[in-house]
Design a protein around this ligand. Structure first.
Ligand code: URA
Length: 239
């Protein structure tokens, strides 16, 4: 097994955040295979090395996975100097978890929380192109040329977006409902794509990540994912 940074291994075991673990290391309360390690960087093999923090042997925390239906106004970060409501505050757990990827504060819907940093890195890595599906309630009618442009890719500041799958589920002069699936994760990507083709968004919600759907989970509610559901999340990484 490859060596990993000591603070990362400590954080994954639920000791504290990586930053706080760095501070703990520097105060000299961490021993690796019996020897005090109080300098950084420090690397360990989490399978082979014995790590003791404040006299307590570190055991890797069991991996946990939760699905949250994020309400509006809640942010997907574990630290917010502005003190806004965070997704992790809605999931009162003993385990230290974080969001896999992000939804912007105005966007609602599906977010997975976990302590499995490996899965989080993979699901958000551009190379896997995990598809994510959103429902957008928008103002006005969405016409065929707009759909065409969205499907082909839209030029944003970062470059052209990849191909999208787009379905107009309801169309009317007063408003339309659009389902859009993208395989990238640029900041506020769906809102910016829709804005580029002149579609103002009233509400945006994520309903699917890979093969896993949000289903019937009330706003602000969360539940543990089953092994089978975690398998659905991982399936997209093999294809
Ligand atoms: N696209 C957006 O506009 N916002 C999100 O949160 C995710 C995708």
């Amino acid at each position: 097994m490859a060596k990993e940074r000591l603070q990362k291994v400590m954080a994954a075991a639920g000791v504290a955040s990586r930053r706080e673990c760095e501070e703990l290391i520097l105060t000299g309360v961490v021993r690796v295979n019996g020897k005090v390690v109080d300098e950084l960087p420090a690397f360990v093999d989490p399978q082979a090395d014995t790590i003791v923090v404040d006299g307590k042997r570190l055991r890797p925390a069991p991996k946990v996975y939760y699905l949250l239906n994020k309400p509006r106004g809640v942010i997907c970060t574990n630290r917010d100097p502005q003190g806004r409501r965070k997704a992790i505050d809605l999931v009162p757990l003993s385990e230290r978890v974080f969001c896999i990827g992000r939804l912007d504060a105005d966007t609602t819907g599906m977010i997975v929380l976990t302590n499995d940093s490996e899965l989080a890195n993979e699901l958000t890595h551009p190379k896997y192109k995990v598809p994510k599906t959103y429902l957008a309630k928008v103002r006005g009618r969405v016409d065929a040329p707009m759909v065409d442009r969205l499907k082909k890719g839209i030029w944003l500041a970062e470059g052209k977006t990849g191909k999208a799958s787009v379905k107009v589920l309801k169309a009317g002069h007063d408003g339309s409902l659009v389902e859009i699936t993208i395989s990238q994760g640029l900041n506020r990507q769906v809102r910016r794509m829709l804005a580029r083709v002149g579609i103002p968004v009233k509400a945006l919600t994520r309903v699917r990540i890979g093969d896993l759907a949000l289903g019937k989970l009330g706003s602000g509610k969360f539940r543990a994912l089953s092994q089978a559901e975690v398998g659905l999340l991982k399936r997209g990484l093999r294809d």
